[in-house]
Design a binder for this molecule. Structure first.
Ligand code: ADP
Ligand code: MG
Length: 348
């Protein structure tokens, strides 16, 4: 059971060329900036857009194959697509929203894997809301109703297109937790697209990073955040400090943008043309890679401080340091970076 996608689609000012696969039953995230091609990719899988060429196979069923001229219509793909807006019918109750999806799936038969509408309502904890209209529901209830409707189609694959991006922080974190809980009872594969590295990290064990319509990295989420390999992937996973480097010794390099020589504690290879340092990884004390700093700006968040500083005598470019709220930043005359926290990066 898995999804395999290998497609190309060209617009006037944008071209998409992606290939990825899911492992059985897994949740995969596509992480990329706005405009990187995430929604176009999902719509091609759902059958709402047609790729120029390529192949999409779900659990051994060919959904799309340009060479073989196969292009199943969306209803025949058994793919559930959760839009940001949930797309419930506003003039129908929760029960009616689910029943119309069941009818579409079964042509009037029993359908939904033997699950009745009442089963789906119970599973989504919506029994009491069955006869209410979407506007009467909370955000979380709307999300569950939209999922119940999608489950009524018996999808073999669930596509989630930035399902939380319109919500404020409090609601978003609750709904993320709720969705994780709901998905534990779902046996099919899930593809989540998001521009939020936090969301990708929380929800998906594996990750494909998209940049300008191309996958630039792919792997286990935690491993990719730990070692993003390329400068592009480091930036998309949220690394705020990236500099071109010049090798100065076996394990040392000079970071051109920062005016700083650092020891990576491991061999700097010819392919390593950039280094990255995550803003959280600087320390106040440390025996290696200590350097004086000049603090330029401090922005206080509710729980942390975002500090812009220059290294050395202040001649180099600026770096970001994020530290806890209690830290006395103005007193911080020196910082250090542990070698294992230095990301050695390739260009592509
Ligand atoms: P996102 O990663 O934010 O979901 P999209 O997949 O929606 O990005 O879009 C990626 C790019 O594809 C857009 O920046 C746009 O240039 C292009 N695009 C999408 N749909 C169309 C269209 N119908 N016509 C022309 N260009 C399009
Ligand atoms: Mg989008």
């Amino acid at each position: 059971m898995s999804l395999s996608v290998d497609i190309r689609k060209r617009y006037k000012n944008f071209s998409l060329e992606v290939a990825f696969e899911t492992a059985p039953g897994e949740t995969l995230a596509l992480l990329g900036a706005s405009g990187s091609g995430k929604s176009v990719t999902l719509k091609c899988v759902a059958g709402l857009l047609t790729p120029d060429e390529g192949r999409i196979v779900l659990n051994g069923r060919v959904l799309f194959d340009s060479a073989a001229r196969v292009n199943l219509r969306p209803q025949a793909r058994h793919v559930g697509y959760l839009f940001q807006s949930y797309a419930l019918f506003p003039n129908m109750t929760v029960r009616q929203n689910i029943e119309i999806a069941r009818r579409a799936e079964t042509g009037g038969g029993s359908g939904a894997g033997g699950q009745t509408t009442d089963d789906l309502l119970r599973r989504m904890e919506l029994t009491e809301q069955a006869d209410q209209y979407p506007v009467q529901l909370s955000g979380g209830q709307q999300q569950r109703a939209a999922l119940a409707r999608i489950y009524a189609y018996e999808p073999e694959l669930l596509l989630l297109d930035e399902p939380f991006s319109a919500l404020d922080t409090y609601l978003r974190e609750n709904m993320q937790a709720e969705l994780l809980r709901e998905m534990r009872g779902y046996a099919g594969d899930v593809v989540l697209v998001t521009h939020s590295r936090d969301e990708a990290y929380k929800i998906a064990r594996r990750l494909v990073i998209l940049d300008a319509g191309r996958p630039v990295a792919c792997g286990e989420t935690a491993a990719l955040f730990h070692d993003p390999v390329t400068a592009q992937a480091a930036r998309i996973t949220g690394c705020k400090n990236i500099s071109p480097i010049r090798k100065t010794g076996d394990t040392t390099f000079f970071a051109e943008a920062w005016g700083l020589e650092l020891d990576a504690g491991r061999e700097v290879l010819p392919a390593h043309t950039y280094a990255g340092i995550r803003a959280h990884d600087f320390g106040l004390k440390g025996s290696m890679n200590s350097f004086p700093i000049v603090v330029e700006d401090v922005m206080e968040g509710p729980f942390d401080k975002n500090v812009l500083f220059r290294a050395g005598d202040g001649g180099g470019g600026r770096l970001w340091w994020i530290t806890d709220k209690g830290a006395d930043v103005r007193e911080a005359a020196a910082l250090s970076i542990a070698p294992e926290h230095i990301l050695l990066l390739q260009e592509k």
